[in-house]
Design a protein around this ligand. Structure first.
Ligand code: SF4
Length: 184
């Protein structure tokens, strides 16, 4: 039974935002790069056992200009941060960032001067994935949650304002290394 048999009189009403969201979420292409051990799990997700290809995203792009999803897989060193930001800037809009693992999200166990205490200090993050390392199943779950987010995203100027606001909040956030109290 096809979709048309389930619709009354074969008519389907929707909004442009919904259609665009559906198309965008169904063709996410991640950029090819990994930073540390989390990247091994990310690579496993693309293999035959987990098969990210089921979601239309088996093609990890070698050029950021052809990618719209940045999976930050692993800790980000201070030295790597500007490079990561450059890759992000080279990706065409609209684009999304998935922070994979505790190191990328908050610096993790590396609470020191060499590691960025959360990649949201460098790029706006759309979804955080906990774990050390997160298993491929967890990565796929995060991607499916991101799909849901993309499906309901706003369009045009509204989306740009949303991204800018998130970026400003992240840039003014206190780094974990500067926090006092129970962390130390
Ligand atoms: S979260 Fe764990 S597996 Fe991932 S980069 Fe950090 S130490 Fe490695």
């Amino acid at each position: 039974m096809g979709l048309e048999e389930k619709l009354p009189s074969g008519v389907l009403l929707t909004t442009v935002e919904q259609v665009v969201g559906y198309m965008r979420k169904s063709s996410l292409w991640p950029a090819t790069f990994g930073l540390a051990c989390c990247a091994i799990e990310m690579m496993a997700s693309g293999g035959p056992r987990y098969d990210l290809g089921r979601f239309g995203m088996e093609v990890f792009r070698a050029s950021p200009r052809q990618a719209d999803l940045m999976v930050v897989a692993g800790r980000v060193s201070q030295k790597m941060a500007p490079v990561l930001r450059q890759i992000y800037d080279q990706m065409p809009n609209p684009k999304w960032v998935l922070s994979m693992g505790v190191c990328a999200s908050s610096g993790g166990m590396f609470n020191n001067y060499a590691i960025v205490q959360g990649v949201d200090h460098v790029v706006p993050v759309d979804i955080y994935l906990p774990g050390c390392p997160p298993r491929p199943e967890m990565l796929m779950d995060a991607i499916l949650k991101l799909h849901r987010q993309i499906q309901h995203e706003k369009l045009g100027a509204n989306r740009e304002a949303q991204v800018e606001e998130r970026e400003q909040i992240a840039l003014t956030a206190l780094p974990t290394s500067a926090m006092k109290g129970l962390l130390r």
